[in-house]
Design a protein around this ligand. Structure first.
Ligand SMILES: [Zn+2]
Ligand SMILES: [Zn+2]
Length: 282
């Protein structure tokens, strides 16, 4: 892929454009941590990698229209609404000036990335079909455990997560830095997932499915999500530095996330509650 984006540094940075899981939220209780569903933008020097396409993808698209970004890769974890609902409304897809690599792993009933888009964009659900996209889009279908050499010194590794219908976790390595994106996934209480520990080994940071806390987990164990405390256990066992908790549930308003943040600061100093718009530089 051509590197035609402005700006050039060796940094790996991450911007969280949407951090909500399950669905968007509205109302007075949801003003400080954000309302949009999952989407993160990773910058590796002047290359851009977008992780997931929840409603956070929409403002990212608007930002790209203005900031000169014209080439990037979009990696989907899976196709649940909170991870794809931004796709039909993403301006760069309709602009011939964009060059986009679009990647996904296998999902229940779907082997091809383009089929995810076709499923979202058809009558009677949406009036515009994928054929109306004007960007140069190359669709890629990932085998389980595949790795991707994106060029410019960027490697992406994948692993299959534990989620109904399937999901793919990603680890991006660039300039000696490692950032992993692990959502949505479930854990088995009392057991560490050895494959995930090894996937996260020595990561500088990882975003993790922190939908629940341990004490409420038994009620939701079959939903395919995990907890703040499991994130910290994984962090310690993998020797990773920082955890960025994402996939905040709709019942978690600002006050509830404040309480979690206070616990994190007290007990798990390396775990942070993410907000829409938060930026980190590794
Ligand atoms: Zn989700
Ligand atoms: Zn999901």
């Amino acid at each position: 892929m051509q590197s035609i984006n402005p700006g050039e540094t060796d940094d790996l940075s991450v911007t969280f454009w949407g951090t909500r899981g399950t669905r968007m939220v509205t109302g007075d209780g949801f003003t400080r941590y954000g309302r949009k569903t999952i989407c993160a933008e990773v910058r590796c020097g002047r290359r851009v990698i977008v992780l997931d396409a929840g409603s956070g993808l929409v403002p990212l698209g608007s930002a790209m229209m203005g900031n000169g970004i014209r080439a990037f890769d979009l990696l989907l974890t899976h196709a649940h609404y909170d991870h794809v609902e931004g796709i039909p409304f993403f301006e760069p897809f309709y602009d011939p000036g964009f060059s986009i690599g679009f990647w996904s792993g296998k999902l229940k009933g779907i082997d091809r990335t383009r089929d995810i888009v076709d499923g979202l964009m058809k009558e009677p659900y949406f009036p515009i079909r994928r054929e109306k996209f004007r960007a140069g889009i190359r669709y890629h279908d990932l085998e389980d455990g595949a790795s991707i050499d994106l060029g410019d010194g960027i490697m992406v590794y994948t692993m299959r997560l534990h989620h109904p219908g399937g999901a793919t976790g990603y680890r991006i390595e660039y300039g000696g830095k490692r950032f992993a994106f692990i959502t949505d996934t479930a854990h088995a209480p009392g057991q560490r997932d050895a494959a995930l520990v090894s996937f996260l080994k020595d990561a500088d940071a990882f975003a993790y499915d922190c939908s629940y806390v341990d004490e409420e987990f038994p009620r939701f164990a079959s939903f395919g999500h995990s907890t703040w405390e499991e994130a910290e256990r994984l962090r310690k066992e993998a020797g990773a530095r920082h955890v960025f908790g994402i996939h905040h549930m709709p019942f978690r308003d600002d006050a509830a996330l404040d309480r979690i943040a206070a616990r994190m600061e007290r007990d798990m100093a390396n775990c942070t509650v993410t907000k829409d718009g938060m930026q980190i530089r590794l």
